[in-house]
Design a protein around this ligand. Sequence first.
Ligand code: SF4
Length: 978
Amino acid sequence: MDHQARTQNEKLEMKTTTCYMCACRCGIRVHLRDGEVRYIDGNPEHPLNQGVICAKGSSGIMKQYSPARLTRPLLRKPGAARGDAQFEPVSWDVAFAILEKRLAHLRATDPKQFALFTGRDQMQALTGLFAKQFGTPNYAAHGGFCSANMAAGMIYTIGGSFWEFGGPDLDNAKLFFMIGTAEDHHSNPLKIALSKFKRAGGRFIAINPVRTGYAAIADEWIPIRPGTDGALFMALIRELIEQNAYDRAFVERFTNAGELVDLREASDTFGLFIRDPDAPEVNALFPQNHLWWDTCTNRAVLHHADGAQPALDGRYTLDDGTPVAPSFTLLREQVADCTPEWAAEITGIAAGTIRGIASEMATVAREQRITLPIRWTDSWGKTHDTVEGAPIAFHAMRGLAAHSNGFQTIRAMAVMMSLLGTIDRPGGFRHKAPYPRAAPPSAKPPNDPAMVKPNMPLPTTPLGWPAAPGDLFVHEDGTPARIDKAFSWEYPLAVHGLMHSVITNAWRGDPYPIDTLLIFMANMAWNSSMNTTEVRKMLVDKHKDGEYKIPFLVVCDAFESEMTAFADLILPDTTYLERHDVMSVLDRPISEFDGPVDSVRVPVVPPTGECKPFQEVLIELASRLKFPAFTTADGKRKFRDYPDFIVNFQTAPDSGTGFLIGWRGEDGTKAVIGEPNPKQWDEYAKHNCVYHHRLPESLQYMRNCNGPYMQWAVDNGMRKFGLPIVIQLYSEVMQTFRLAAQGKTKGRQPPDHLRARIARYFDPLPFWYPPLERDVTQLDRYPLAAITQRPMAMYHSWDSQNAWLRQIHGENHLFVNPVTATAQGIEDDGWIYVESPWGKVRCRARYSEAVEPGTVWTWNAIGKAAGAWNLSPNAGESQRGFLLNHLITDELPSDSRAGERLSNSDPITGQAGWYDVRVRIYRAEADAATTLPQFPAMHPLPGSTSVVQRVQAYFAGKGEFAARLRRAAQFGATGDNS
Ligand code: SF4
């Protein structure tokens, strides 16, 4: 066929949807020829990326046609051992029947025997609802392994966080600090913003042990030792206070700096805010009757009383003799010894540099202040003629979060940002709807094991925001009630759960065994676990009677990962090009600073083979199991399918609040709330899959305490209460837990062996402490910190099987400063061992000046197990790639009770401390040729296809691919993706 004829007969189409090659959710245009994806580019009309696409986004085509695709439901063969990956295809009818029978029994007998944990999905509003309706508390997504400390540390302080819920206003900032951030969080949107910022003359300072990615284009790179950022922030707080360089007007009115703290040490209210018994509390969760010391009248008054001027410094005595102090005084005292010299010893940053950073902040705040002529009214009725801000912005992520001191480090950062007055102001940090939320939000986890009842939904969502010991989910004796021990005394504020503890705990039966573990899109046998080698053994370990210790493992994924080998039942998920999805305000939207934005995905190609979206699996199971929210009054199925569910689900009967905010109301004319609109999907599809609701300018800033914004947020389902979100420089929540640990309060108290731990780490003011792992590590033997980053060109483990992206990163080295390497006689590209107290790996070293000498690092997610992801067993990813997780322990010896072990996690939030590991490096054998450890090669699963066939078919085009794929799925051809 000549080219002309071929062109005339071809059907060319272009469809818009939303990318999911990473979590940024850019708008994309997918170009198809005869129904096959041929090309993907950025959608110029999409507000988030404005046409920009990255290497990952344009390589989605190779994800779609990846040989690692699972295409059929698979059941472990009778008699085959788990882990041997011996499966037989089954129909969806069979798969659903197995699940329905098993889950119905668990729900009717003991719902907590079912656990659902998910990876980096974007539908936690649905998965959380499923768990709640099932009645199991054993649910969480990947946040506990990712950046839960970032969310918790900031939300408990300022009611908002980086990433989906807020970010740096680089359009207006003059000085920008990026701290502990690799390339993987915030891709295109941040690249676009940084490019504009630098062109406009902004100064960009990167503080990171490693200079890669964004840090590579920084005006200044300040290397820092991993796990020490909190010390830097404490010193900067001290400098800002000492130099009187903080925004006093902001701090006085919009933080709790002026609120008076009870200083009676013997009292059960020691360290709590004084309440005025004669003033209304208004809301027990967020009392509104705290006091200031008014410097005009020299007496205590209700906070924000007309004309009052709060003291920030000093100690006072109330009329009844109670000694008190403004919380700012306690903050000043807390940082008094945190001199730049003190921080320099810890961080490796020279004291002069730390002073220089503080001075630069002070200068920019003083000399480049932004004033916008926007009138707004605060929560106490005062109208302000302008919105002002110091144009100093920050962005931080996992580099701060993945340490066992991450929560307090991030608290310190949020306090520093607040002292600069940069919260929801131009040039600083800006919230994105539905944030800000209360600090902490009012949603609480279950707090009584008796709430788990057969055939009953939980009364609350499984995850929430504890504010006091009474919110913990523990038994009367204080023992944990969740399988991951979240919301127990071990990890009280585990707002994202502890996905990384589930397999270990279930294997050990601590706090109890479970029956069925459903894992969605999480590679727990590889990237998403610490102590990977042992976790893989736990997955196949049996009781003496031959029963697996975790009896039934269901894995839902689009790809043949390391984890699928361990499944008893595999459910093949779709790709993002094959399904409906929502990026919802109920979950993780793509909101802009000026108002809520949500977006959707619509299928641009049909599902491959027998793949089914996990969303459809959940809707089907919820309907079969007759969950109340999925069943009509007469017992019938309420929602036809996932799109029908998205359109018609409301958070409460007739609330008008649903998953999508655009084109609501029966005729599609309402925004944010309104009745369900049966044509809502069509409208999104017609409008680039995105809806942007801009707020009036007067509602766009200072939203922590913007009275009219609060009213709008309550009226539109974004907030439960319209009370101001006063910034928590001093955290009464933390002090409440500390008082319980000290035995000063009645009610729930921690078990004795955890009292000292709670009392130490639940400091109401931020502080720095060394990561916990250092207490059990011989630092002179393991002198180096080891961390990972994900490359710009890959996201999670999905992309190291992508034929195009593999050409950028097909294997990984350990990056070592030449000074460190040569001291050990290690050559560039030489084979080495990297050893921690917990294990060792063999890999190659690569000299790099872009890492501080006390740190070594590697890319995460490139090293693979042999044969996994349908790669050839001799592919570079397994033979020359390696995974640092083999060196990381998932548990640490308890610091207070011999023999007990605790998760290697933050003692406040349970965030995995996987950046805390210490290592040593030394030359490997002269004849080393592969990385270690190696595992027996996985083999292709039924339904996977040959890459040779696929590539030939792809380039032949004309629908041949689809035909071959069907044939391959039918006959179970083997793959070869080397
Ligand atoms: S930044 Fe992320 S969402 Fe945007 S195009 Fe790249 S991979 Fe896709």
